[in-house]
Design a protein around this ligand. Structure first.
Ligand SMILES: *Cc1c(COP(=O)(O)O)cnc(C)c1O
Length: 369
């Protein structure tokens, strides 16, 4: 039996009765958009994330776009982003008419504070930090430099639901934290979804109006908004998952612990969360100098893997117009060639994990190649 890189249906089967009941209750409620399930989810997710407010939106990309919009990012502005992120962050910058300025990262995958500070210009409006793979980025330097330079600080938490740094949940260090509830995320729905958390009522109120056509009162439009709403069915189903989120995170922590304790091959480097952080593992990403051979070797052994992400965003086709301007970002570029995401999901069995560990420990670099 092959070991898949991911399975999305196992959590559904685990809590099937609760999901089914919730789905039927929403379907028969006569309320499908902007109703009581969304209101309850926003309240519960804000509380679970240590924030005062949550605004549900249609997807993670929209959470980023809308958070930047209400934080004042607009045409002519620059927003500093790390190169080893999902393209949604940079696209959200561009969608607001601003320019992403890509910076390098450290060996721990985290955005480099010194490179960020070096990239600040008079046009800089905001800094976007991504907590990649669930590994929390140490936030003090970013809070400090954003305060010093008067910049908005936005956190991309699409891979870090439940992660904490020095006891504080990610997404609460800056002005806004942006989440995705895409099915593969640690807190994933059964379709698209996203959310913005913030302690700032002004930002939350403006995002709430903006996501619904700029309308606070039906058919009276205060501004040119967008349609980006988290629907009742997704909100209701996410509430079911959120209720079990602590146990789902504990299972993920146990799976990560087992990989960390079991994988013992000098050719493979294991992930290591920053001191003081509590990592809500989203992906389990190892590094290997012969990554492509290792991926093929695992494929031959029936073990699925993924690469998150093979092309750093500054080298992506989508941003080729910025290529000359960005220059080389050596760490992000090297990491993209070394990273490999192992099978990692709620419901991964002991036996499946044992097979992955055994295969990894038996991997050798063939000296003849
Ligand atoms: C998934 C993801 C997003 C985008 O979320 P969508 O819901 O797919 O729009 C943004 N940032 C990061 C880091 C992600 O992993």
């Amino acid at each position: 039996m092959p070991v898949p890189s991911n399975r999305l249906d196992l959590i559904y089967f685990k809590y099937k009765r609760e999901f089914d009941e919730k789905a039927v209750s929403v379907l028969s409620s006569n309320r499908y958009i902007l109703g009581p399930e969304l209101e309850a989810f926003e309240r519960e997710f804000a509380a679970a994330s240590g924030a005062r407010r949550c605004v549900g939106v249609a997807c993670g990309l929209d959470a980023l776009k809308i958070a930047m919009h209400v934080a004042g990012v607009g045409p002519g502005d620059e927003v500093i982003v790390q190169a080893n992120t999902f393209i949604a962050g940079p696209l959200a910058v561009s969608a607001n008419g601003a320019t992403p300025v890509f910076v390098d990262v450290g060996e721990d995958f985290a955005m480099s504070p010194s490179e960020t500070e070096r990239a600040i210009t008079p046009a800089t409006k905001a800094v976007l930090v991504t907590h990649l793979f669930g590994l929390p980025t140490p936030m003090e330097p970013f809070v400090g430099l954003c305060e010093k330079h008067g910049l908005a600080l936005i956190e991309d938490c699409a891979q870090a639901h439940g992660s904490k740094y020095k006891g504080r949940p990610v997404g609460t260090f800056g002005h806004a934290g942006c989440f995705s509830f895409y099915p593969t995320k640690t807190l994933g729905g059964f379709g698209d979804g996203g959310g913005i958390i913030t302690d700032l009522d002004d930002l939350a109120d403006r995002a709430t109006v903006y996501r619904n056509y700029g309308s606070e009162k039906k058919y009276y439009n205060r501004e040119q908004g967008v349609n980006s709403r988290l629907d009742e069915l997704q909100a209701g189903l996410l509430r079911v998952k959120l209720k079990h989120f602590d146990e789902l995170l504990a299972e993920r922590a146990a799976l990560a612990g087992r990989y960390l304790a079991g994988i013992n091959n000098p050719l493979i480097r294991l992930p290591s969360p920053a001191p003081g952080s509590e990592c809500a593992w989203h992906q389990f990403v190892i590094r290997c100098g012969t990554r492509d051979r290792l991926a093929q070797y695992l494929r031959d052994a029936g073990i699925g893997t993924e690469i998150h992400f093979p092309v750093p965003v500054h080298l992506s086709e989508a941003y080729k117009e910025l290529l000359g301007r960005t220059g080389k970002l050596p760490v992000a570029e090297r990491l993209a060639g070394e990273i490999l995401s192992l099978p990692f999901f709620n419901g991964l069995t002991y036996d499946e994990q044992s097979r992955v560990i055994k295969a990894l420990n038996a991997y050798q670099t063939d000296p003849t190649i």
